[in-house]
Design a protein around this ligand. Structure first.
Ligand code: GRF
Length: 254
């Protein structure tokens, strides 16, 4: 969400986006609350762009290369979002280390401490809500969400899958594609519904399957595409450009 506002030249914005004497902003900031980024883009020297950062929570279980790509895109100013928390169901997930290196709050939530999937998801949701998370990003999170979770964040959960859905859902999408003998596979970003990899598709990227591909080589090329399209999908969501009607997601051209 972008706002443009006028600011008198005497109100200085420093590079850390701290506002000095921001009388004209004081009326806006409390409404927008936290996570407001002041872009230093100047138009005719007195108009600045104010961007409201989308608050996201990322759920992980493993290496976290998609998380890293999202962090990098945010830090490069390509995604108007802030990661409020990274939660893992695995204590040793490298994704947690990646987040900590960037000063992002992390949490290991042990599934063994919950009797049922829903009980675990209630704890997850409570942490995400406490952080004000508006969009939940699944980045290699190896658990299926309960109906409770889906309802709590209805149409506000994204997942990435390493195949062109609806082909090869579930585990080992790359291996399934190779075993089937397809010539093209790829990556899919979709909203999460109650099924397994069945929600409305947001973006896809195709990857050619080579004759000598192994699961590892194909996975690596798919991963390169995953890293590009996940950030793009989050940015489209942050800009309010994704419209979901039934199964179809259209991208509004504003
Ligand atoms: C990716 O291949 C993603 O598509 C799948 O899990 C993998 C996670 O990789 N859902 P990483 O942890 O982001 O490196």
């Amino acid at each position: 969400m972008n706002f443009r506002f006028w600011i008198e030249e005497s109100y200085i914005l420093n590079p850390q986006s701290k506002i000095q004497n921001p009388k004209s902003l004081l009326s806006i900031i409390p409404i927008l609350r936290q996570n407001v980024n002041i872009s230093l883009t100047k138009f005719n020297s007195i108009v600045y762009t104010l961007t409201v950062m989308l608050k996201i929570g990322v759920l992980v279980s493993g290496n976290g290369s998609n998380l890293q790509a999202i962090i990098d895109a945010i830090e490069a100013g390509k995604v108007s979002a802030t990661i409020r928390i990274v939660i893992s169901d695995k204590n040793n997930a490298y994704a947690l280390v990646r987040a900590q290196k960037h000063g992002i709050k992390t949490l290991f939530l042990d599934p063994k401490e919950s009797k049922t999937r829903e009980e675990y998801d209630r704890r997850l949701v409570a942490h995400l809500k406490k952080e004000g998370v508006e969009l939940v990003v699944l980045a290699g999170f190896m658990r299926i969400l309960s109906p409770y979770f889906i309802k709590a964040y209805k149409s506000k959960i994204m997942n990435i899958h390493p195949a062109l859905l609806p082909s090869f859902p579930g585990l080992h999408g790359q291996r399934q594609a190779l075993d089937y003998g397809v010539k093209i596979s790829g990556a899919t970003i979709h909203f999460v519904d109650e099924g397994c990899d069945t929600g409305p598709i947001i973006l896809q990227a195709a990857v050619k399957v080579e004759d000598n591909d192994t699961e590892e080589t194909l996975s690596a090329r798919i991963l390169e595409q995953e890293h590009k399209i996940y950030s793009l999908a989050i940015q489209l969501y942050a800009e309010g450009k994704l419209e979901v009607i039934g199964r179809k997601v259209t991208i509004r051209q504003k």
